[in-house]
Ligand binder design. Structure first.
Ligand code: CS2
Length: 480
């Protein structure tokens, strides 16, 4: 089977859109750390639009900080891949040409640092997931982690995302080159500030003058990113090959919706984001908060409750009337805690979100969303639950969402099927489950792991007891 590449691009049928610009002339103004499916379906599409409009500065050099898989899929394809946009009207495939080479950080850390330090690089963007910032809930560097300790000892071969940023900025400073803008695109409140905090802490440990230079001259804008991007399956790749006669091992799929809100604080050149589907603003926080507490909060709650009930996909969970009512209830509770930005109509946003969750073509797995819950729950569910609890407001839906994560740590569905708990704190939650005791003891110990306040415990412990006794479907129905 022919593999997608510059040389074979012409063999694709006309129904597949492709780059209309000369890829050979593209400069690589962006280095992206963490080039997974989300980046390829989101930011890379926006950069591709800039290239298509004739601003050829915004090609991307991708980097994987851990696995060589994406590089091995994309490099033989000259960085090309297809983005398939999916909804009830069918699939719309488009080949994206924005990405050039993909580097594998552990294979050759110096090559990645050199690329980031090159004067042609203006922006280093990141999707390294919540845990990739290497910070605890209080924003302190996790110095006890082996990779962080290694980067604190030496940046000759960095291991962490903040380590690469500091090493590259140090090289730029030494060469008299202005810093790049570091653009965090992860689902975290204050993502730019968190990245800045991690970078400055690490830089400070190596060279306080470097840290001062970064603080004075660098830029770490906040962003809010939104697009639902399920993990690509072998079936997706096989179906594309069967339909179009070309194999694309780097294909990604996503919903039609895309939103990117960016704080307009860059220390160097940037694309004309507003012309390519992103929004520039002075204040990202209210957008980020609404997205995290409504979309992601509901997502996480549905993921655990749905997966415990044996439901594999989000659209299947949403098709059950009691679960749909549960989501509305959770949104009623969470919405009260928000100060929505001008331009965000919460009622419309909720209606649109429900339709996005119901998109049957996406096949977004509940177990995919269930990953890394310990890193996600604080900003998605605990923040609104805490807001309400301090005001004496009951929040049964939010409490049930948090308790569902705790129930998931037992590693079995309600029907007794074993599941893998994929979470950096899985060893610790497993120990809490193994310690036995009652639901209150388990809920208390796990709440402490999340950094939640003890005043939240009674409601969560009651919800956990119901989940353990009656199962997720009954617990959800009991709320209605
Ligand atoms: C999801 C998000 O996996 C998850 O945790 O909640 O990836 C979600 O699909 C995106 O944030 C949507 O923008």
């Amino acid at each position: 089977m022919t593999r997608l590449s510059d040389a074979t691009l012409d063999r694709l049928p006309a129904a597949v859109a492709r780059p209309g610009y000369d890829r050979a002339r593209v400069a690589r103004g962006i280095v992206h750390l963490g080039i997974g499916a989300f980046h390829r379906a989101h930011q890379a599409l926006v950069f591709d639009r800039a290239l298509a409009a004739g601003d050829l500065r915004w090609g991307v050099t991708g980097a994987s900080l851990r696995s060589p898989q994406v590089a091995d899929d994309m490099n033989p394809q000259d960085g090309l891949y297809t983005l398939v946009t999916r909804d009830g009207d069918g699939d719309r495939p488009q080949v994206i040409g924005a990405v050039g080479a993909v580097l594998v950080a552990p294979r050759d850390p110096a090559a990645l640092v050199a690329r980031m330090a090159d004067a042609a690089t203006h922006i280093v963007s990141l999707t390294v997931t919540e845990k990739g910032y290497r910070l605890d809930a209080a924003g302190q560097l996790l110095c006890g982690e082996a990779d962080v300790a290694a980067d604190l000892a030496s940046l000759a071969a960095p291991r962490t995302a903040p380590g690469f940023v500091v090493a590259a900025l140090a090289a730029r400073r030494a060469a008299g080159i202005a810093p790049f803008t570091a653009l965090s695109c992860d689902n975290l409140p204050g993502n730019g500030g968190r990245l800045r905090g991690a970078v400055l802490a690490l830089a400070e440990a190596h060279d306080p003058a470097l840290a001062r230079w970064i603080a004075d001259e660098g830029a770490f804008p906040e962003t809010m990113v939104d697009r639902i991007v399920p993990a690509t399956t072998a079936e997706d790749i096989a179906a594309f090959a069967a339909a179009h006669g070309v194999e694309d091992r780097a294909l990604v799929t996503g919903e039609p919706f895309l939103q990117w809100v960016i704080e307009d604080r860059f220390c160097g050149p940037r694309p004309d984001f507003a012309a390519f589907g992103a929004q520039l603003t002075e204040a990202v926080a209210p957008w980020e908060e609404a997205k995290l507490r409504l979309l992601n909060g509901a997502h996480s709650a549905l993921a655990y409750l749905g997966a415990l009930s044996g439901l594999a996909f989000v659209h299947e969970v949403i098709a059950v009337p009691a679960f749909r009512a549960f989501v509305e209830r959770l949104w009623d509770e969470a919405a009260a805690s928000l100060s929505p930005p001008a331009g965000l109509d919460i009622a419309r946003y909720r209606a649109e979100l429900m339709a996005r969750f119901a998109n049957p073509a996406l096949r977004h797995r509940t177990r995919q969303i269930a990953m890394d819950g310990s890193q996600k729950l604080p900003q998605r569910l605990l923040a609104s639950l805490t807001w309400r609890t301090t005001r004496g407001l009951a929040s049964p839906a939010l409490a049930l969402g948090v308790a569902a994560w705790m129930r998931w740590q037992a590693g079995t569905t309600d029907a007794g099927e074993r599941v893998v708990v994929d979470d950096p704190l899985a060893t610790r939650t497993a120990a809490i489950v193994a310690a036995g005791g009652d639901a209150t003891a388990r809920a208390g110990a796990m709440l402490a792991l999340l950094g939640g306040d003890a005043t939240l415990l009674p409601a969560i412990a009651a919800a956990l007891a119901t989940l353990e006794r009656d199962g997720a479907r009954a617990a959800v129905a009991g709320l209605a």
